[in-house]
Write a protein that binds this ligand. Sequence first.
Ligand code: COI
Length: 359
Amino acid sequence: MNNFDFPITRTDTPVPKPDMDKLGFGQYFTDHMFVMDFDDGTGWHNARIVPYAPISLDPAAAVLHYSQEVFEGMKAYLTRSGDALLFRPFENAQRSNNSSRRLCMPVIDERLYIEAIKALVREDYDWIPDREGTALYIRPFIIATEAFLGVRPSKKYSFYVIMSPVGSYYESGLMPTKIYVEDEYARSVKGGMGAAKTGGNYASGLLSQEKAKAKNCSQVLWLDGVERKYVEEIGTSNAFFAIEDKIVTSPLTGTILPGITRDSVIELLRSWDMRVEEDRFTIGDIFEAHENGRLSEVFATGTAAVISPVGQIMWGERSITINENTTGPISKRLYESITGIQTGMIADRFSWTELIPKP
Ligand code: COI
């Protein structure tokens, strides 16, 4: 098969599967996990699949103090023939390495990264849910494990992959969400860590998320960190706005996450001869476009969120309702196309999917 044969220790106590109709997001975990260690002398070594279990860390481990960690999110989908598909896993492996470089962490050979994930999916294959709108969410992450309180890059790391059968990310499912524009706190600035997928970016967003929740909104719309007026991204996903005959989204200038779904959406839209602009625009532009009847749709894109239509945006005292709070035709077509390709129902003319044959 390949030269990545990882030793496997199987669990003696497999856990019962959850009700696949009530999965929610990230609440249940499969029976096994992948682990690999790094130290400065040896490099990455001791790759293995072991029973899913709590991990033991020295209380002085660098990740606990200085947040040296990166993570990824991807999904495995069950096809009608019973095989599984990963969606653009090389992009995740590459982005993980880019995040690692930003945080002075060691990179992982991309083939090894993907083979580790494939091996774990094969091991817990019967955890891939088969209901429409469900998938096996895969969470690879790397943490700094050296016990040392000085501030410098750790000399030891561990790479883990855990997996969770999931349904919709939002409790509202595919219903349009209500979004709160954060004009007090910022998520990132140029030169910061905004483009890295690292826990700190998400921790710094929690306070704003709580503010959003208090206003009955499910996510935050982030503005730029300098002038608090340019639109950046929506919570844990990228943001798209359909204005007249074009669709606009923020450019990748280092302050937002380079989303893999974002990239796929841009490619799909262009393949449908739709105009996509990756350019800066302000929240004022969006409200003005709404006032003039030019804003027809807003949606967020992400691995967890897939395509998530936005029905309402709150900005200070102002609030707008988009497309009568219903899912618009572009969001619907994108959702159907992306999930169709991901689940093998639609031919993958972009070569985005990677097959894991049913073991
Ligand atoms: C993903 O879409 O995979 C993410 O990483 C979002 C996650 C933080 C829930």
